[in-house]
Ligand binder design. Sequence first.
Ligand code: CTP
Length: 411
Amino acid sequence: MNLASEIKTYFPKELLELLRHTSNEASKLGQRVYLVGGIVRDLLLGYPNFDLDLVTEGDAVELANRIARISGARLVIHPRFSTAKIKSGDFAIDIATARSETYARPGALPAVTPSSIEKDLFRRDFSINAMAISLTTEHYGQLLDPHHGKDDLHSHLIRILHPDSFSDDATRILRAIRYEQRLGFNLEHETARLLKRHIPMLDTISGDRIRHELELIFREEHPERAIKRLGDLGALQRINHSLSGNEWLAGKFDDARRLGKPGELPALYFCLLAYPLNGEQINQLASRLNPSAKLTRALEDTARLKLHLPRLNEPSLKPSDICYFLHEYDPLAIKANIIAEDKPVIRHHLELFLSKLRYVKLSLNGEELQRLGIPAGKKLGEILEILHKAKLDGEVTTKDEEEKLARQLKP
Ligand code: CTP
């Protein structure tokens, strides 16, 4: 099957130009080069995707150097992995040397050796991700599909390439469900059986790799679908026995999309997933998944704030009480609690803090207070706090009023 005309209509001009340079330079070097993985799947499905992965049966860095020189694109080389990234405008192309992989033990990172495109496709996760399109001049556009991925795309099936796939790399359990739910596909019968059987192999995967796969799920349009499915399969519980995916969580993820900024959504989903957990369970989750210090703090604060929320269920609380209570919590943890909490008074107080109170600043600063005759030291700090609380509570609004109050407070 030849996809040259599909390539032409699918990619923007700028990328087509880069692909043309790739073909030309590869043929000068006598290398065979291919588009591989997700981009081939999405091109066949007609879904937009401009994350291009190329594989060459030769020196990827040498080829990338040539393409960058000819096209004027920027080049980033990763010598440790012999891979390169070419960046041009909004687009990036990753180039790697075709390789085969062997797993010394389940869950270990594989040992890799330069290889043929066929072996490179065989090391991949699912048939729909194991296709390639030749960019080599004389075979330009030709589809390589040794595992019948195109048929599986038509039949809406996620299929592993060999029975050891999930035990070699149990992150594929999470990946299978991510694609299944994203594409609305089904797990092929034998794949489903082996996936369920190998769920305990998740124990062989490092926290960083599991967390990375969860983060990929959290970048999906509807991550709650994959989370619920992983919960139903018992895979979430295998990662941490306190986790679950249910209807409550699905509703909350939906709310998160309305309230969260796109960039913070993955971390917000994380906090919501962890919301039902207590402090001790959060610690266990963090030690399993090894999140960044920032995410760990957001997770811990989510649990800590949840515990203390009843204090905010008091309609007569002053803005300064709310602000001084909440300012020590991570804003993401506050957002997660707004989404998870049902009591309107508590929600209102949390929202008030996030949208307004946390931004309230005094017009006067410490130096100006000293000029008014208040000496630097503990007392000055106390006066600043009293002024700040007065401003939060609307007792002073202008700089003049702040000054007047400061003079009254002067020792
Ligand atoms: N891959 C794999 N096994 C993994 C991770 C990746 O076989 N554990 C292969 C698949 O062929 C996949 C490709 O590497 O298509 C690139 O990985 P990734 O960027 O994670 O997937 P894409 O399909 O490119 O992107 P997406 O998941 O967002 O659609």
